[in-house]
Unconditional design. Sequence first.
Length: 289
Amino acid sequence: MSGTILVTGASRRVGGEVVRQLAGRGVRVRAAVDDASATAPHDWGSAEIAAFDYGDPATYPAVFAGADRLLLIMPPGDFESREGQIARLIAYARQAGVGHIVFISAMGTDKIYLSSQWVVEQYLMQSGVDYTILRSGWFFQNFVTDESLCEGIRRGVLRLPLGEAKVSGVDLRDVAEVAVATLTAGGHRNRVYSLGEHLLSAREQAALLSKVLGRPIVYEPISEHEAAQAWRAAGVDRQVAKWWRIVYQLMRQGAYSSTTPDVSRVLGRPSIPFKQFAQDYAHVWQPDE
C-alpha cells in the first residue's frame, strides 16, 4: 500500500483527527475539504489539501488521483438527499483504483433499516470494493463541540432529551485511531466494527463531570419539544435538528446501548473512558470569570 489515503470530510471532527494522526505517522494523506484556500491546521504537517464537493463530480478527478484508500464520511446536512451522491462517489472510487474504503457509520444503523447510513453501508458492501464499516457510538466530544452542551456544563447543568437511558459512548480520538489502523494495517477488510465500550446515562456522566471539575454538574432531563426549542434558538439547521431528534429517539429506545470491545481489540489497548476524556478537556468547561 504505497498510494495516497484520501480523507473526505477532513474539515470535520473525525476526518480532521484522522488526517492529523496519519500525517504524524508520515503516511501520504490527502485532506478533501470544502475550501482549499483555508489555512490548514498546523498539526496536519505535510498533508496535501484539495478542494472537494460531494455533489460536484468535476472535483473528483483531482482528489482521487493516486489514491488507493478512502476514508468516507457522510457530508453534513440532509443525509437522505446525499445518498445518491455517496453512491456515485463509491462507484467513482472503484473506477479510480481505490481498493479499500473505510466508512464512518453510526451505532444502531443495523436496527434502523433504510436510514441513510444503512443505505450507504449496503451499497458499499455490494460495490465490489473492500470495505471496513465503523459504527460509532455517541462521541464524548459532543460535550465540547456542541456549544449549548458545553455552555451548560460551564454553568453547572447538563440538559439532554435522554431521560435515564444508558448510551454507549466513545472518544473521538479512539474512533480516528481505529480508522487509521484499518486504513494502514492488514486484517480489517470486509469487517464491521462497533465502537462503543462505555455505557453510561447522562446522569452518570454528569456525576463524573462533577468529580473531575470539582463542582456540581446537575443533570436535567428535558423533553423532545424543549430540545427542539433550544436548537431553534441556537440557530441549528432544520435538517440537522431533525437528524439529532431521530438520534435522541433512538438512544432512548436503546439503539445505542450495545457495547463491544472492538476499539480495544483493534488498538491493542483499553479504550479511553469517559472520566479520562473529561480530565483531558476539563479546561474547556471552566466558568467565565
